[in-house]
Design a protein. Structure first.
Length: 263
């Protein structure tokens, strides 16, 4: 397991001279304690695009320092796109030989966290660029996740539920679990209900929050029937409907059927 106090870096660079300069800069950053959140750095160096992709599939990294012109690279922008596809949310700082505003803007639009000109790299700015890249990526990941998860209950939002349901394939039964608490106690009851529903509706069931009082569930019939029998305390009222029985909509995507059936 990686040491949480050691920043894990993948250095993708085919120039031995540039690799040596970057390593020296990283050593100086460590000696001057400029990492802030980490005590040391661990660097995995590779000099081919294929090796970088293999490393990203096998190991975890905090950031990637990526030279775009590699011996087996198809093109500068394609190199970044290929690495980004394998990086799974790891921030990438692109390394270029010369300043190029057009390329830098394209890389940033594609998702690069920063673009550094190798001849202009200095220790303190490099440490800061890597730290900021990691923090920006962390916030972006959190923001994306929050768009799919209901903040109060921790289940999928309505849009996320419909999106997931649309890719579930076959049929199923749709259930709505409505919380009947009064307004003053509604939020605590919603949180409690979400916990109960998560314990009952395990995968392959899909659980989300439909509106202010209702949760939505797409699950196999036996699972829904068992769940309906469990919730008899009056706080949760469950209603079940067949998604496939919506008249005149046989060719519609499942997610659209659910939205029409529920509204």
């Amino acid at each position: 397991m990686p040491d949480s106090k050691t920043i894990q870096l993948l250095l993708v660079e085919d120039s031995l001279e540039d690799e040596a300069l970057l390593r020296e800069a990283l050593i100086e950053i460590e000696e001057n304690r400029q990492w802030c959140n980490w005590r040391a750095s661990s660097v995995v160096p590779v000099d081919r695009l294929s090796e970088a992709l293999d490393c990203l599939q096998r190991h975890s990294f905090d950031a990637v320092l990526l030279n775009l012109s590699l011996p087996d690279s198809p093109a500068l922008l394609d190199t970044f796109v290929d690495v980004s596809a394998c990086a799974a949310g790891v921030p990438i700082l692109a390394l270029t030989d010369e300043p190029d505003e057009n390329l830098a803007n394209r890389l940033l639009r594609e998702g690069a966290q920063d673009v550094l000109v190798k001849s202009e790299i200095e220790c303190a700015p490099l440490a800061r660029a890597i730290r900021y890249a990691i923090e920006r990526q962390r916030r972006m990941t959190a923001a994306r996740a929050s768009a799919f998860v209901d903040h109060l209950t921790g289940v999928l939002t309505r849009d996320a539920f419909l999106n997931v349901a649309a890719h579930c394939g076959g049929g199923g039964l749709l259930a709505f679990a409505e919380v009947t608490a009064d307004r003053d106690s509604l939020d605590p009851q919603l949180m409690d209900a979400a916990g109960r529903l998560r314990r009952v509706f395990e995968p392959p069931a899909v659980l989300g929050r439909w509106d202010r009082r209702r949760f939505c569930v797409l699950a196999p019939e036996p699972m829904l029937n068992r769940a309906a029998a469990q919730f008899t305390d009056g706080v949760l009222r469950i209603s079940i409907a067949s998604v496939e029985e919506l008249p005149g909509c046989a060719d519609l995507p499942l997610g659209m059927k659910i939205a029409m059936l529920a509204d």
